[in-house]
Design a protein around this ligand. Sequence first.
Ligand code: PA5
Length: 432
Amino acid sequence: MLNVDISNIWGEYTLNDLLSLEKETFDAHKLLLDGKGPGSDYLGWMKLPVFEETEEMIRIRAAAKRIRESSDVFVVVGIGGSYLGPRAAIELVMGSNHNLRGKDPQIFFAGNNLSTRAWNELCALLEGKDFSVNIISKSGTTTEPAIATRALKWMLERKYGADEAKKRIFVTTDPEKGALRQMAAEEGYETFVIPPDVGGRYSVLTAVGLLPMAVAGMDITEVMFGAASARRDMEAFSFENPAWLYAAARNLLYRHGKKTELFCSYEPDFRFMGGWLQQLFGESEGKDGKGIYPFPLEFTADLHSMGQMIQQGERTIFETVLRFAPPRKKTMIESDWKNLDGLNYLEGKSLDFVEEQAFQGTLAAHTDGGVPVILVQNDEICDRTLGEMFYFFELSCGISAYMLGVNPFNQPGVEFYKRNMFQLLGKPGYTK
Ligand code: PA5
Protein backbone atom coordinates (compact mmCIF):
# COMPACT_ATOMS: atom_id res chain seq x y z
CA MET A 1 0.00 0.00 0.00
CA LEU A 2 1.19 3.50 -0.85
CA ASN A 3 2.58 5.62 1.93
CA VAL A 4 4.25 9.01 2.25
CA ASP A 5 7.23 9.56 4.53
CA ILE A 6 8.14 13.16 5.33
CA SER A 7 10.76 12.42 7.97
CA ASN A 8 13.52 13.73 5.71
CA ILE A 9 12.19 17.20 4.95
CA TRP A 10 12.90 19.12 8.11
CA GLY A 11 15.09 22.22 8.10
CA GLU A 12 14.23 25.66 9.42
CA TYR A 13 10.60 24.52 9.44
CA THR A 14 9.21 21.92 11.77
CA LEU A 15 6.30 19.55 12.12
CA ASN A 16 4.36 22.38 13.73
CA ASP A 17 4.68 24.42 10.53
CA LEU A 18 3.24 21.51 8.58
CA LEU A 19 0.44 21.07 11.10
CA SER A 20 -0.37 24.74 10.77
CA LEU A 21 -1.36 23.97 7.14
CA GLU A 22 -4.08 21.57 8.31
CA LYS A 23 -6.95 24.01 7.77
CA GLU A 24 -5.69 24.99 4.31
CA THR A 25 -5.29 21.34 3.32
CA PHE A 26 -8.76 20.60 4.66
CA ASP A 27 -10.26 23.52 2.71
CA ALA A 28 -8.49 22.52 -0.52
CA HIS A 29 -9.66 18.90 -0.26
CA LYS A 30 -13.19 20.05 0.56
CA LEU A 31 -13.22 22.42 -2.43
CA LEU A 32 -12.41 19.43 -4.62
CA LEU A 33 -15.01 17.14 -3.07
CA ASP A 34 -17.75 19.78 -3.06
CA GLY A 35 -16.90 20.85 -6.61
CA LYS A 36 -16.78 24.49 -5.52
CA GLY A 37 -13.26 25.49 -6.59
CA PRO A 38 -12.07 26.97 -9.88
CA GLY A 39 -12.19 24.47 -12.74
CA SER A 40 -14.87 22.41 -11.01
CA ASP A 41 -16.32 21.42 -14.40
CA TYR A 42 -13.34 19.08 -14.68
CA LEU A 43 -13.69 16.87 -11.62
CA GLY A 44 -14.83 13.74 -13.48
CA TRP A 45 -11.48 12.03 -12.81
CA MET A 46 -12.42 11.71 -9.13
CA LYS A 47 -15.28 9.36 -9.99
CA LEU A 48 -13.42 7.19 -12.51
CA PRO A 49 -11.87 4.62 -10.15
CA VAL A 50 -14.51 2.03 -9.32
CA PHE A 51 -14.31 -1.56 -8.12
CA GLU A 52 -16.88 -2.89 -10.64
CA GLU A 53 -15.94 -3.36 -14.26
CA THR A 54 -17.77 -0.75 -16.35
CA GLU A 55 -19.41 -1.29 -19.78
CA GLU A 56 -16.65 0.84 -21.30
CA MET A 57 -13.97 -1.37 -19.74
CA ILE A 58 -15.66 -4.51 -21.10
CA ARG A 59 -15.67 -2.94 -24.59
CA ILE A 60 -12.05 -1.91 -24.16
CA ARG A 61 -11.02 -5.45 -23.25
CA ALA A 62 -12.96 -6.87 -26.21
CA ALA A 63 -11.37 -4.40 -28.64
CA ALA A 64 -7.93 -5.08 -27.18
CA LYS A 65 -8.42 -8.81 -27.71
CA ARG A 66 -9.27 -8.24 -31.39
CA ILE A 67 -6.33 -5.91 -31.84
CA ARG A 68 -3.95 -8.38 -30.21
CA GLU A 69 -5.21 -11.12 -32.54
CA SER A 70 -4.99 -9.07 -35.74
CA SER A 71 -1.98 -6.80 -35.25
CA ASP A 72 1.78 -7.06 -34.86
CA VAL A 73 1.87 -3.36 -34.06
CA PHE A 74 -0.50 -0.94 -32.35
CA VAL A 75 0.16 2.72 -33.10
CA VAL A 76 -1.08 5.07 -30.40
CA VAL A 77 -1.54 8.60 -31.70
CA GLY A 78 -1.82 11.48 -29.22
CA ILE A 79 0.06 14.21 -27.39
CA GLY A 80 0.21 15.63 -23.84
CA GLY A 81 -2.53 14.16 -21.70
CA SER A 82 -3.53 11.96 -24.62
CA TYR A 83 -0.09 10.37 -24.73
CA LEU A 84 1.97 10.44 -21.55
CA GLY A 85 -0.38 8.36 -19.37
CA PRO A 86 -0.55 5.27 -21.61
CA ARG A 87 3.17 5.41 -22.32
CA ALA A 88 4.02 5.85 -18.63
CA ALA A 89 1.82 2.91 -17.66
CA ILE A 90 3.07 0.52 -20.32
CA GLU A 91 6.75 1.34 -19.82
CA LEU A 92 6.55 1.09 -16.04
CA VAL A 93 4.68 -2.19 -15.85
CA MET A 94 5.71 -3.97 -19.06
CA GLY A 95 9.21 -2.47 -19.20
CA SER A 96 10.64 0.14 -21.53
CA ASN A 97 11.90 -2.67 -23.78
CA HIS A 98 8.45 -4.26 -24.02
CA ASN A 99 8.53 -4.03 -27.82
CA LEU A 100 11.49 -6.41 -27.98
CA ARG A 101 9.77 -9.24 -26.12
CA GLY A 102 7.91 -10.62 -29.13
CA LYS A 103 5.03 -11.81 -26.95
CA ASP A 104 2.56 -8.94 -27.21
CA PRO A 105 1.90 -6.52 -30.08
CA GLN A 106 4.53 -3.82 -30.33
CA ILE A 107 3.25 -0.43 -29.24
CA PHE A 108 4.54 2.65 -31.04
CA PHE A 109 3.57 6.20 -30.22
CA ALA A 110 3.00 8.82 -32.90
CA GLY A 111 1.52 12.30 -33.18
CA ASN A 112 3.49 13.58 -30.18
CA ASN A 113 5.99 15.59 -32.23
CA LEU A 114 6.48 17.16 -35.64
CA SER A 115 9.73 15.38 -36.42
CA THR A 116 10.20 14.08 -39.97
CA ARG A 117 12.88 11.67 -38.73
CA ALA A 118 10.52 10.15 -36.18
CA TRP A 119 7.81 9.79 -38.82
CA ASN A 120 10.18 8.14 -41.31
CA GLU A 121 11.31 5.75 -38.63
CA LEU A 122 7.73 4.78 -37.81
CA CYS A 123 6.96 4.15 -41.49
CA ALA A 124 10.01 1.89 -41.74
CA LEU A 125 8.96 0.01 -38.59
CA LEU A 126 5.47 -0.56 -39.98
CA GLU A 127 6.78 -1.97 -43.24
CA GLY A 128 5.43 -5.52 -43.75
CA LYS A 129 3.63 -5.48 -40.35
CA ASP A 130 -0.07 -5.85 -39.63
CA PHE A 131 -1.08 -2.85 -37.60
CA SER A 132 -3.98 -1.01 -36.00
CA VAL A 133 -4.21 2.56 -34.84
CA ASN A 134 -5.67 4.28 -31.78
CA ILE A 135 -6.25 7.98 -32.30
CA ILE A 136 -6.55 9.79 -28.98
CA SER A 137 -7.56 13.44 -28.90
CA LYS A 138 -10.19 15.01 -26.71
CA SER A 139 -10.53 18.13 -28.82
CA GLY A 140 -9.96 16.24 -32.05
CA THR A 141 -8.19 19.28 -33.46
CA THR A 142 -4.65 19.09 -32.05
CA THR A 143 -2.20 19.59 -34.91
CA GLU A 144 0.44 16.93 -34.16
CA PRO A 145 -1.96 13.97 -33.83
CA ALA A 146 -4.17 15.28 -36.65
CA ILE A 147 -1.24 15.19 -39.11
CA ALA A 148 -0.25 11.67 -38.01
CA THR A 149 -3.89 10.52 -38.22
CA ARG A 150 -4.31 11.68 -41.78
CA ALA A 151 -1.18 9.81 -42.88
CA LEU A 152 -1.87 6.62 -40.90
CA LYS A 153 -5.44 6.46 -42.15
CA TRP A 154 -4.15 6.69 -45.70
CA MET A 155 -1.51 4.00 -45.04
CA LEU A 156 -4.13 1.64 -43.62
CA GLU A 157 -6.51 2.21 -46.52
CA ARG A 158 -3.75 1.58 -49.04
CA LYS A 159 -2.64 -1.60 -47.26
CA TYR A 160 -6.00 -3.15 -46.37
CA GLY A 161 -8.63 -1.35 -48.45
CA ALA A 162 -11.19 1.07 -47.02
CA ASP A 163 -13.42 -1.49 -45.30
CA GLU A 164 -10.70 -3.41 -43.44
CA ALA A 165 -8.95 -0.13 -42.57
CA LYS A 166 -12.09 0.97 -40.72
CA LYS A 167 -11.84 -2.08 -38.47
CA ARG A 168 -8.27 -1.15 -37.57
CA ILE A 169 -8.89 2.42 -36.48
CA PHE A 170 -10.01 3.04 -32.88
CA VAL A 171 -10.87 6.55 -31.79
CA THR A 172 -10.78 7.87 -28.22
CA THR A 173 -12.36 11.30 -28.00
CA ASP A 174 -15.13 13.50 -26.60
CA PRO A 175 -18.55 11.79 -26.72
CA GLU A 176 -20.09 14.54 -28.83
CA LYS A 177 -17.81 17.35 -29.87
CA GLY A 178 -14.84 17.73 -32.20
CA ALA A 179 -13.57 16.84 -35.64
CA LEU A 180 -12.46 13.39 -34.54
CA ARG A 181 -15.91 12.45 -33.24
CA GLN A 182 -17.37 13.60 -36.55
CA MET A 183 -14.76 11.66 -38.54
CA ALA A 184 -15.39 8.50 -36.49
CA ALA A 185 -19.15 8.76 -37.03
CA GLU A 186 -18.79 9.35 -40.74
CA GLU A 187 -16.23 6.58 -41.30
CA GLY A 188 -17.73 4.08 -38.84
CA TYR A 189 -14.72 3.66 -36.51
CA GLU A 190 -15.12 2.07 -33.09
CA THR A 191 -14.99 4.83 -30.49
CA PHE A 192 -14.21 5.21 -26.81
CA VAL A 193 -15.04 8.14 -24.63
CA ILE A 194 -13.07 10.83 -22.86
CA PRO A 195 -15.77 12.25 -20.58
CA PRO A 196 -16.25 16.02 -21.05
CA ASP A 197 -15.53 16.59 -17.35
CA VAL A 198 -12.12 14.86 -17.48
CA GLY A 199 -9.19 16.99 -18.65
CA GLY A 200 -6.30 15.57 -20.68
CA ARG A 201 -3.74 15.15 -17.91
CA TYR A 202 -6.33 13.54 -15.61
CA SER A 203 -7.57 11.09 -18.28
CA VAL A 204 -5.26 8.11 -17.91
CA LEU A 205 -7.94 6.01 -16.18
CA THR A 206 -10.33 6.44 -19.14
CA ALA A 207 -9.92 4.64 -22.48
CA VAL A 208 -7.04 7.08 -23.12
CA GLY A 209 -4.84 4.91 -20.93
CA LEU A 210 -6.85 1.72 -20.62
CA LEU A 211 -7.06 0.67 -24.28
CA PRO A 212 -3.30 0.90 -24.96
CA MET A 213 -2.60 -0.79 -21.60
CA ALA A 214 -4.96 -3.67 -22.45
CA VAL A 215 -3.43 -4.10 -25.91
CA ALA A 216 0.02 -4.18 -24.30
CA GLY A 217 -1.13 -7.14 -22.19
CA MET A 218 -1.83 -5.37 -18.90
CA ASP A 219 -4.76 -6.26 -16.65
CA ILE A 220 -6.84 -3.08 -16.64
CA THR A 221 -9.22 -4.41 -14.00
CA GLU A 222 -6.22 -4.60 -11.64
CA VAL A 223 -5.18 -1.04 -12.57
CA MET A 224 -8.69 0.12 -11.71
CA PHE A 225 -8.72 -1.95 -8.53
CA GLY A 226 -5.55 -0.14 -7.44
CA ALA A 227 -7.03 3.26 -8.28
CA ALA A 228 -10.35 2.46 -6.58
CA SER A 229 -8.50 1.28 -3.45
CA ALA A 230 -6.58 4.56 -3.40
CA ARG A 231 -9.81 6.51 -3.86
CA ARG A 232 -11.36 4.68 -0.89
CA ASP A 233 -8.24 4.97 1.29
CA MET A 234 -7.64 8.65 0.53
CA GLU A 235 -11.02 9.95 1.58
CA ALA A 236 -9.81 10.79 5.09
CA PHE A 237 -9.80 14.44 6.08
CA SER A 238 -6.60 14.27 8.11
CA PHE A 239 -2.85 13.90 7.77
CA GLU A 240 -3.45 10.14 7.86
CA ASN A 241 -4.31 10.66 4.21
CA PRO A 242 -1.09 10.35 2.16
CA ALA A 243 -2.40 12.86 -0.39
CA TRP A 244 -2.84 15.43 2.40
CA LEU A 245 0.65 14.81 3.71
CA TYR A 246 2.21 15.11 0.28
CA ALA A 247 0.24 18.19 -0.81
CA ALA A 248 0.90 19.98 2.47
CA ALA A 249 4.61 19.06 2.56
CA ARG A 250 5.30 20.31 -0.96
CA ASN A 251 3.44 23.57 -0.25
CA LEU A 252 5.40 24.02 2.97
CA LEU A 253 8.66 23.52 1.08
CA TYR A 254 7.60 25.87 -1.71
CA ARG A 255 6.84 28.58 0.81
CA HIS A 256 10.36 28.15 2.18
CA GLY A 257 11.98 28.78 -1.18
CA LYS A 258 12.07 25.23 -2.53
CA LYS A 259 10.75 25.98 -5.99
CA THR A 260 11.91 22.92 -7.95
CA GLU A 261 10.67 19.41 -7.28
CA LEU A 262 12.77 16.54 -8.58
CA PHE A 263 10.73 13.40 -9.18
CA CYS A 264 13.33 10.68 -8.65
CA SER A 265 13.06 6.96 -9.10
CA TYR A 266 15.64 4.22 -9.08
CA GLU A 267 13.70 2.39 -11.81
CA PRO A 268 14.70 3.21 -15.41
CA ASP A 269 11.21 2.14 -16.49
CA PHE A 270 9.85 5.06 -14.47
CA ARG A 271 11.08 7.56 -17.08
CA PHE A 272 7.70 8.24 -18.72
CA MET A 273 5.92 8.12 -15.38
CA GLY A 274 8.22 11.03 -14.57
CA GLY A 275 6.99 12.69 -17.76
CA TRP A 276 3.38 12.10 -16.74
CA LEU A 277 4.05 13.63 -13.30
CA GLN A 278 5.81 16.56 -14.92
CA GLN A 279 2.76 17.31 -17.04
CA LEU A 280 0.30 16.71 -14.22
CA PHE A 281 1.98 19.12 -11.81
CA GLY A 282 3.47 21.48 -14.40
CA GLU A 283 0.23 22.20 -16.24
CA SER A 284 -1.90 22.14 -13.11
CA GLU A 285 0.21 24.48 -10.98
CA GLY A 286 2.37 26.59 -13.31
CA LYS A 287 0.23 29.69 -13.71
CA ASP A 288 -0.44 33.15 -12.28
CA GLY A 289 3.32 33.53 -11.74
CA LYS A 290 3.31 30.57 -9.31
CA GLY A 291 4.13 26.89 -9.27
CA ILE A 292 6.70 24.32 -8.24
CA TYR A 293 8.86 23.45 -11.27
CA PRO A 294 8.64 19.63 -11.74
CA PHE A 295 11.66 17.82 -13.10
CA PRO A 296 11.99 14.03 -13.43
CA LEU A 297 15.29 12.25 -12.79
CA GLU A 298 16.44 8.67 -13.04
CA PHE A 299 18.71 7.44 -10.26
CA THR A 300 21.34 6.18 -10.10
CA ALA A 301 22.11 7.22 -13.72
CA ASP A 302 21.38 10.91 -13.17
CA LEU A 303 23.42 10.98 -9.95
CA HIS A 304 26.35 10.88 -12.35
CA SER A 305 25.12 13.98 -14.16
CA MET A 306 22.77 16.02 -11.97
CA GLY A 307 24.17 14.74 -8.66
CA GLN A 308 26.59 17.66 -8.43
CA MET A 309 23.86 20.24 -8.94
CA ILE A 310 21.61 18.56 -6.40
CA GLN A 311 24.35 18.30 -3.79
CA GLN A 312 25.89 21.74 -4.08
CA GLY A 313 23.95 23.94 -6.50
CA GLU A 314 21.38 26.57 -5.59
CA ARG A 315 19.40 25.45 -2.54
CA THR A 316 15.97 25.81 -4.12
CA ILE A 317 15.19 22.15 -4.75
CA PHE A 318 13.50 19.30 -3.00
CA GLU A 319 13.07 15.70 -4.06
CA THR A 320 10.10 13.40 -4.22
CA VAL A 321 11.61 9.94 -4.38
CA LEU A 322 9.47 7.02 -5.52
CA ARG A 323 10.38 3.70 -3.90
CA PHE A 324 8.96 0.30 -4.74
CA ALA A 325 9.47 -3.05 -3.03
CA PRO A 326 12.10 -5.01 -4.96
CA PRO A 327 11.07 -7.91 -7.21
CA ARG A 328 10.89 -11.27 -5.44
CA LYS A 329 13.37 -12.80 -7.89
CA LYS A 330 16.82 -11.83 -6.62
CA THR A 331 19.95 -11.25 -8.66
CA MET A 332 23.08 -12.17 -6.73
CA ILE A 333 26.61 -10.87 -7.16
CA GLU A 334 29.02 -13.74 -7.54
CA SER A 335 32.59 -14.21 -6.48
CA ASP A 336 35.39 -13.94 -9.04
CA TRP A 337 38.63 -15.67 -8.05
CA LYS A 338 40.82 -13.05 -9.76
CA ASN A 339 38.83 -10.13 -8.32
CA LEU A 340 40.38 -7.80 -10.90
CA ASP A 341 37.46 -5.37 -10.53
CA GLY A 342 37.75 -5.42 -6.73
CA LEU A 343 34.08 -6.29 -6.35
CA ASN A 344 34.47 -9.40 -4.21
CA TYR A 345 33.43 -7.38 -1.16
CA LEU A 346 29.93 -7.59 -2.63
CA GLU A 347 30.04 -11.36 -3.08
CA GLY A 348 26.79 -12.99 -2.03
CA LYS A 349 24.94 -9.69 -1.91
CA SER A 350 21.85 -9.12 -4.05
CA LEU A 351 21.60 -6.32 -6.59
CA ASP A 352 18.63 -4.86 -4.71
CA PHE A 353 20.73 -4.77 -1.52
CA VAL A 354 23.31 -2.66 -3.38
CA GLU A 355 20.53 -0.45 -4.76
CA GLU A 356 19.11 0.04 -1.25
CA GLN A 357 22.53 1.18 0.00
CA ALA A 358 22.79 3.59 -2.96
CA PHE A 359 19.37 4.95 -2.02
CA GLN A 360 20.23 5.30 1.69
CA GLY A 361 23.59 6.89 0.89
CA THR A 362 22.02 9.35 -1.54
CA LEU A 363 19.21 10.20 0.87
CA ALA A 364 21.71 11.03 3.63
CA ALA A 365 23.95 13.02 1.26
CA HIS A 366 21.14 15.08 -0.21
CA THR A 367 19.41 15.84 3.06
CA ASP A 368 22.79 16.79 4.60
CA GLY A 369 23.28 19.06 1.59
CA GLY A 370 20.02 20.92 2.31
CA VAL A 371 17.72 19.07 -0.09
CA PRO A 372 14.52 17.93 1.65
CA VAL A 373 13.31 14.51 0.50
CA ILE A 374 9.70 13.32 0.46
CA LEU A 375 9.45 9.54 0.09
CA VAL A 376 6.51 7.96 -1.70
CA GLN A 377 6.73 4.23 -1.07
CA ASN A 378 4.73 1.39 -2.53
CA ASP A 379 4.72 -2.37 -3.05
CA GLU A 380 6.33 -4.01 -6.04
CA ILE A 381 5.55 -2.41 -9.42
CA CYS A 382 2.44 -4.01 -10.91
CA ASP A 383 -0.91 -3.06 -12.46
CA ARG A 384 -2.43 -2.45 -9.02
CA THR A 385 0.33 -0.24 -7.64
CA LEU A 386 0.27 1.73 -10.89
CA GLY A 387 -3.46 2.45 -10.50
CA GLU A 388 -2.94 3.44 -6.88
CA MET A 389 -0.19 5.86 -7.88
CA PHE A 390 -2.20 7.49 -10.64
CA TYR A 391 -5.06 8.35 -8.30
CA PHE A 392 -2.78 9.38 -5.44
CA PHE A 393 -0.89 11.88 -7.57
CA GLU A 394 -4.02 13.26 -9.23
CA LEU A 395 -5.69 13.85 -5.86
CA SER A 396 -2.52 15.30 -4.34
CA CYS A 397 -2.16 17.60 -7.32
CA GLY A 398 -5.73 18.88 -7.04
CA ILE A 399 -5.32 19.57 -3.30
CA SER A 400 -1.87 21.08 -3.74
CA ALA A 401 -2.92 23.41 -6.58
CA TYR A 402 -5.87 24.71 -4.57
CA MET A 403 -3.50 25.34 -1.64
CA LEU A 404 -1.34 27.30 -4.06
CA GLY A 405 -4.40 29.30 -5.09
CA VAL A 406 -4.54 28.29 -8.76
CA ASN A 407 -7.01 26.47 -10.99
CA PRO A 408 -5.59 22.92 -11.36
CA PHE A 409 -7.70 22.10 -14.39
CA ASN A 410 -6.94 24.68 -17.06
CA GLN A 411 -3.85 25.37 -19.16
CA PRO A 412 -4.36 28.77 -20.82
CA GLY A 413 -0.62 29.25 -21.33
CA VAL A 414 -0.41 26.33 -23.77
CA GLU A 415 -2.41 28.28 -26.37
CA PHE A 416 0.25 30.97 -26.93
CA TYR A 417 2.65 28.88 -29.01
CA LYS A 418 -0.23 27.41 -30.96
CA ARG A 419 -1.54 30.85 -31.94
CA ASN A 420 1.88 31.90 -33.24
CA MET A 421 2.35 28.62 -35.08
CA PHE A 422 -1.10 28.82 -36.70
CA GLN A 423 -0.41 32.40 -37.80
CA LEU A 424 2.88 31.30 -39.35
CA LEU A 425 1.20 28.33 -41.03
CA GLY A 426 -1.62 30.50 -42.36
CA LYS A 427 -4.39 28.50 -40.67
CA PRO A 428 -7.76 30.02 -41.58
CA GLY A 429 -8.99 32.30 -38.79
CA TYR A 430 -5.48 33.14 -37.53
CA THR A 431 -4.33 36.43 -38.99
CA LYS A 432 -1.20 38.36 -37.97
O1 PA5 B 1 -3.71 18.16 -20.39
C1 PA5 B 1 -4.15 18.62 -21.43
O2 PA5 B 1 -5.29 19.04 -21.50
C2 PA5 B 1 -3.29 18.67 -22.69
O3 PA5 B 1 -2.02 18.17 -22.46
C3 PA5 B 1 -3.96 17.87 -23.79
O4 PA5 B 1 -4.12 16.55 -23.36
C4 PA5 B 1 -3.13 17.91 -25.08
O5 PA5 B 1 -2.95 19.21 -25.51
C5 PA5 B 1 -3.81 17.11 -26.18
O6 PA5 B 1 -5.11 17.56 -26.39
P1 PA5 B 1 -6.16 16.71 -27.19
O7 PA5 B 1 -6.45 15.47 -26.44
O8 PA5 B 1 -7.37 17.59 -27.31
O9 PA5 B 1 -5.56 16.39 -28.54
